[in-house]
Design a protein around this ligand. Structure first.
Ligand SMILES: Cc1c2[nH]c(c1CCC(=O)O)Cc1[nH]c(c(CCC(=O)O)c1C)Cc1[nH]c(c(CCC(=O)O)c1C)Cc1[nH]c(c(C)c1CCC(=O)O)C2
Length: 345
């Protein structure tokens, strides 16, 4: 598929090939930091936006047209899998995601649907086809899903959490129950990502946003095991990016899942981390998102600092260590993208 793209910088970097400059896209590049996002968001709920292919495509295209990034990411959310399984999901303004029926007992877990509920996510395949028509071969489209541990945490807590108290209680006191739920999520995630690949995405990213909450042993047992199971069962016709907040610690385990790209948080020295990876695994990252609040000369200096460090490395995609926040100034984000695109090795 990459050969037909007008701009294939992202695909080449994802496959650890040489590029003239690092390709760039930002996690949460379509969102509330954009006034144009609000024009759409004021008319619909977040889930309506995700479930209506035309609207999802409109939002996906915002950063393509307004920021000029090198890869688009499907507009959706990692929690749609949990909703398809039976989670009563809503997004409340200023609160974030909420599940009205948290999953805390065997009874709750048994009620969750497994891989068969992938049919309920057909709207995502429809959105992918709509977006690909609009992109018309200009840049690649990235699909994604949440990793089982991160999804488990939302189902168990009933929403976002600071300390993962209930989730960790389950891992510690009732590991078999956690495994039952994780297995269901993992089976659905395989079917869901394969559906996205079939519908035409050019790459997929697995988001294990909250892996950093876990100890090494718990990450191995409750996260890594399922991420490996997912990557082993994907239709590997497109590059797979593995994102973990915590990748700078867990990279030695992430390697075992054989991703094409590891997306790294901003704690790591990216070059040092890359040197620990086998040949053929690219890195994505790892600017501290908070530099977007800083003055423009500082933003530029931080980007150049990272790029000079990575000079000569094949397989480097520029991104943030985590997503853009709603109050980051749009013109600073745009300035960062322009600065990155002007750079040449
Ligand atoms: C943990 C997580 C979620 N969702 C996601 C993650 C993993 C990445 C990460 O670690 O940040 C992933 C995600 N969420 C969204 C995308 C779309 C593509 C993109 O632009 O990156 C992607 C890839 C849109 C979104 N997902 C959400 C919004 C905001 C919804 C709104 O407009 O109110 C968007 C644009 C809502 C959401 N969704 C989630 C939370 C915690 C929240 C509320 C808090 C917040 O708003 O940041 C769960």
């Amino acid at each position: 598929m990459s050969t037909t793209l007008q701009n294939d910088l992202f695909m080449r970097a994802a496959l650890s090939q040489q590029t003239e400059r690092p390709p760039v896209w930002f996690m949460r590049q379509a969102g509330r930091f954009m006034p144009e996002y609000w024009e759409i968001k004021n008319k619909y709920t977040f889930l309506e936006m995700c479930k209506t292919p035309e609207i999802a495509a409109d939002v996906t295209m915002l950063p393509v047209n307004l920021l000029g990034i090198d890869a688009a990411i499907l507009f959706s959310d990692i929690l749609v899998t949990a909703e398809a399984m039976g989670g009563a999901l809503s997004f409340e303004q200023g609160v974030g995601p909420r599940f009205a029926n948290p999953v805390r007992t065997y009874d709750d877990a048994q009620k969750l649907a497994g891989a068969e509920c992938v049919d309920k996510l057909q709207y995502v395949a429809n959105a992918i086809r709509e977006i690909q028509q609009r992109l018309n071969g200009s840049i690649p489209l990235i699909g994604f899903a949440g990793a089982p541990f991160t999804i488990l945490s939302y189902l168990v807590e009933g929403g976002s959490t600071r300390d993962f108290k209930r989730t960790k209680l389950m891992l510690n006191n009732e590991p078999a129950l956690a495994h039952l739920i994780l297995q269901k999520i993992a089976d659905l995630t395989i079917a869901y990502l394969n559906m996205q690949i079939e519908a035409g995405v050019n790459a997929v990213q697995l988001f294990d946003s909250w892996a950093s909450a876990l100890s090494w042993n718990d990450y191995t047992e409750f996260s890594h095991k399922y991420n490996k199971y997912i990557l082993d069962n994907l239709n590997r016709t497109v590059p797979v990016i593995s994102f973990a907040k915590g990748a700078s610690v867990f990279a030695p385990l992430m390697i075992e899942t054989k991703p094409d790209v590891i997306s790294v948080d901003w704690n790591a020295d990216l070059l040092n981390l890359k040197k620990t990876l086998p040949e053929g695994i690219a890195v994505q990252g790892n600017l501290d998102p908070f530099i977007m609040y800083a003055d423009k000369p500082v933003i530029k200096a931080k980007i150049h600092e990272l790029f000079e460090r990575m000079r000569g490395e094949k397989g480097f995609i520029c991104n943030l260590g985590h997503g853009i926040s709603p109050d980051m100034p749009f013109d600073h984000v745009k300035f960062a993208i322009d600065t990155i695109k002007e750079f040449r090795y």
